[in-house]
Design a protein around this ligand. Structure first.
Ligand code: AMP
Length: 334
């Protein structure tokens, strides 16, 4: 993307993203830093919702099946693109890998995220503790969680208390991963990897609010993990050095194993046990919806780095502006 970026008029730099997920905070932050902003919707009714906000300069309605065409048009407007989970879901990982618009962060990571085994491998290569993975039924010696490939938002997961229950429930299923069920509380850590300042920032944390594990179910229904929202979390300070270290190790693993720089926001998803040990069961290589909890008023940890509250949308915009000023945009986009 460096040749594309070199042709850009930096005075007219535009920030674009898909209208969903975290688009509001991304575009609001971009506008605060003086960028032009574009939201790309897949449907007219969605576009109408985003049109009401004056920090969004243009709302496009496009056919996500041909996102490459929209990406080409974005280049004509000097746009850089901020990916998020809904973008990858709507346009598919193949188009996300190929879209010819400078895209924040490490695109190659999308391929690793599409495979549950590769995902865990990357975490392990970073020296980050993960739940045990069982290759066969016979190995199972404790409660497990089974994740079907392609499961999204916690749908398509189930628990089994022991090997016998697992045997019954696995009948007829294929393409899944069997993981140790880690007992404790969920905690999701938000990081920002900054090429401009040469550091990884631990930026915030959240908990997901999930339908049948957090709901009023009285033990009468099966646990399900369908995400309906996010709740703020402030961590015990004694946990922060470890959590930061895992973030640093992950960024390093991405650079060494995947071969590209992890610029911008990312997330490690974990369970913290009652002995305070952490087991990371998932990651996201880009902004997560949990960062929406501090949109507009900033994350509690941002003040530690910038002495003023900042949300993740503003943090991204800050990095882009500084990189543009220092002639280092190529360090952020692939
Ligand atoms: P995910 O869709 O990967 O974010 O996971 C959905 C839910 O499953 C989260 O609430 C996690 O707390 C839970 N979960 C996933 N993997 C494990 C695990 N190995 N042990 C305990 N809980 C897990």
């Amino acid at each position: 993307m460096s040749t594309t970026l070199k042709k850009y008029d930096l005075d007219k730099l535009t920030v674009a993203t898909v209208a969903s997920h975290t688009a509001l905070q991304i575009l609001r932050g971009a506008k605060k830093y003086g960028f032009r902003t574009i939201a790309i919707a897949g449907r007219a009714d969605v576009a109408e919702f985003y049109q009401q906000f004056n920090f969004i300069d243009e709302v496009w309605t496009v056919d996500f099946r041909n996102f490459v065409k929209a990406a080409e048009k974005l280049v004509e407007t000097n746009a850089v693109f901020i990916p998020h989970g809904s973008y990858v879901e709507y346009v598919g990982w193949r188009q996300a890998l190929e879209a010819p618009v400078p895209t924040l962060g490490c695109r190659e990571l999308i391929k690793w995220e599409a495979d549950q085994y590769k995902k865990m491998e990357l975490l392990q290569r970073g020296g980050i503790p993960t739940p045990r993975v069982y290759k066969s039924l016979e190995e199972v010696d404790r409660p497990v969680i089974v994740k079907l490939f392609g499961a999204k938002g916690g749908r398509g997961y189930f628990l089994a208390r022991d090997r016998e229950e697992l045997r019954r429930r696995l009948a007829g299923l294929s393409d899944y991963i069997i993981q140790e069920y880690v007992f404790g509380v969920p905690a999701y850590y938000h990081y920002f990897s900054s090429p401009v300042y040469g550091r990884v920032e631990v930026f915030g944390a959240d908990i997901r609010y999930e339908s049948n594990v957090d709901g009023r179910t009285f033990g009468w229904v099966e646990p399900t993990f369908v995400v309906v929202g996010n709740l703020p979390l402030v961590l015990r300070e004694s946990l922060l050095p470890t959590i930061w270290k895992y973030g640093v190790q992950f960024a390093k693993a991405v650079e060494e194993v995947v071969g590209c720089r992890l610029a911008g926001p990312y997330c490690l998803e974990s369970i913290i046990r009652d002995d305070m040990s952490i087991s990371v069961f998932e990651f996201s290589g880009r902004i997560v919806a949990g960062t929406n909890i501090y949109m507009g008023y900033g994350s509690p940890y941002s003040v530690l780095y910038f002495d003023r509250p900042m949300d993740m949308g503003e943090r991204i915009a800050h990095e882009i502006r500084e990189a543009a000023r220092r002639g280092r945009l190529e360090d952020l986009f692939t």
